[in-house]
Design a protein around this ligand. Sequence first.
Ligand code: HEM
Length: 191
Amino acid sequence: MAQNDGGNSEEVPASGGVISDIVNSPVNLGLLAICFYLLYKIFFGKKPDVSPVPEVPQMPPLKKHDMTLTELKKYDGVSNEEGRVCVAVNGKVFDVTKGKRFYGPGGPYASFAGRDATRGLATFSVEVANGDDYDDLSDLNSMQMDSVREWEIQFQEKYHYVGRLLRPGEEPTDYSDEEDTREGMMNLWTC
Ligand code: HEM
């Protein structure tokens, strides 16, 4: 026998009630349409036209060798045919060609190209003061030297290490044994 609850019983929607709620309400239908539209835009929408970053041609890494300031100057991105760029940081030369958008002609740090950037990095300046003379950095304070070492780590992590920046009169290291050992290791790996 059916019981009368005085009209207080709540209607439990049958399965499909949610769907019929949406379909029957113009507001819900509108929201659903917007959801579908946004999903469509996310997955199939036209991707924005991002101007392509100029490709830096892949080059084999520079053979490991130490260099003087004069030799370093050749790697300013324009003086050598390959357009290679090197920068010295704390006595170490790095091949930064893959960061040419920073150090290449017109880049924000182009003044560091083919130069010893240490003092500039230590003093947070893109000016390279003693560009032509070897800078022994002896007047930099400990905070500046800490900052130099942090930059050095950053360069080490990102760029290929080429060799030491030679002081005037300093002899370059012969790395040929190291290269042979490395090649030997590579051969072992490929065996
Ligand atoms: C307030 C002014 C500056 C702003 C807003 C700025 C901004 C930036 C940004 C956003 C990056 C990272 C770029 C990237 O990885 O895509 C960068 C990297 C760099 N900045 Fe600056 N910078 C400023 C001043 C300087 C100054 C004065 C120096 C010189 C000491 C400097 C040297 C560098 C260097 C060496 C890099 C690393 C580039 C690389 O990855 O090889 N910046 N800067």
